[in-house]
Design a protein around this ligand. Sequence first.
Ligand code: SF4
Ligand code: SF4
Length: 406
Amino acid sequence: MEEKLANINMSIARNAEKHYELYRKMQENIDGCIKCNLCLSVCPVFKATGGSGYAGPRHLSAELLRHLLEFAPLVYDSSYLCTVCRHCEFVCPGNVNTPVAVLFLRRLLDSLKPPYKPAKDVSKGLETLVKLGNPYNTPPELKGEWLEEIDGKEGGKAKVLGWVGCTSSIRLPELAQGFYESMKKILGEDFTVLGSREWCCGKPAFLLGGIEAARILAEESNKRIAETGANIIVTPCPACYSAFKYEQREIYGVNPPSENILHFTEYIHDLMDKGRIYFKENSGNELPRKIIYHDPCELGRGVGIYDEPRDILSAIPGIEVLEFDDVRQDSVCCGGGGGMWGIYPEISMSVARLKVKEALRKGAEAVVSACPACMLNFKYTVLTYDLPVKVLDISQIVAKALSEKK
Ligand code: SF4
Ligand code: SF4
C-alpha cells in the first residue's frame, strides 16, 4: 500500500506542483484514520445508498487513494457523493476531516479534468455558473422576478442589503418574499435588495471544486454589493453567509465590501434581545401550530448557530416547536448540501424522506429550516413522495408573525 501511495504521489507531482499540493492536502486530512467506522454510522449518504457504490467517509480515507491515479469512475462518483455536512468530522476519533479532503479531491479533479464524468457534467456546470451568475441555468434578468408578486423594489442605496441568494431567488420565491417582507417591515427605506442584479457569491463553485470560478463570482458579487453603499449584509442563506464571512477572504482571497455579515436569524434575534421587534399575539390560521425545526448543517455544525432560530420560533405565540431525535451538533443532514442536490437529487431526496417521516411521526404540521438548500430538498421530497407536511423557512414564519406595534 505504501509503495502504491508513493507512486501516486510521484506521478501527481510529475503532472504539476499545484496538483501535488492539492493531493497532499487531501491526504493530510485523512491520514489519521483508524478504521473504526464511526463516521459510517452518521453519514447520511452511506445510510441512503446502503453503501452501494459508496462505502462512506472511510471509503475515501482508505480506498480512494488506491484508485486515484487511474481516476476510476469510482473516484469521481464518490467525490460528489458527499453533502459536506461535517457530521463525520465531529465524531471521528482520528481527527480525520473527510469533508475537507472531499473538497480538495474535487479541486484536484477540477484541475486535472479526468475523462470520467459524474451524473452531471461538473466542468460544464461551472462554466455556465460563471456566465450566468447562478447555478440554475437561469437568465440573470429573471433573478428578480420574485419581487413582482409582492410589488417589491430592487436597487438603490440603503444601510442594509438583503442578500437573497440564488436558490431563494430562482427556486423558492416564497422564501425570498418572506425574507424581503420581514426586513422591509423592520427597516423600510433602510433596506434594499439587488434583485436581478444579484450575482452568485461563489459558494456552489467552491463546493464543486472550482476555486477560480468561485473567485470570479465573488469579485463580481462584491462589486455589485458595493454599489448599494450598504454596510450591513443580511442573508437567509447559510452557504452565502459563510462564503462572505469566511471563504471569500480565507480561500479565494477576495474581500467583501463589508465585514458586517449576518444570517437572518442572528439579525432577528439581536432585535428581539434589544426589544425592537414584537410578534403578534395571534397569527390566526396563517401559521401552522406544530412545527419541527431542522438544523441546517452549514448554520449549525458550520458556524454554531443553534439557539437563535429556536429562540425566535419559540417566541412566536401559538407555535409549538418540536425537535427531531438528533439535534444541534448531532443533527442529521437533510441530504441536499455540498452540490449533491444538483448531481444526485434522488439520493438527496431519499435522505430527506427519512427526516420528513420522523417529523410526521412526531405530529409536525410543518418542517421548518433556516436554509434555502434544506428547504428546496424538503420541498421536492414532499412533492415527490406526496407527504402530508408543509415545508417552510423561518423567514416566512417571521414575516407572518411580525407585529407593527407592541
Ligand atoms: S471515524 Fe475517523 S478514524 Fe473512524 S473510520 Fe471514520 S475516518 Fe477513520
Ligand atoms: S461530510 Fe457528511 S456526507 Fe460527507 S462523508 Fe462526512 S458524513 Fe458523509
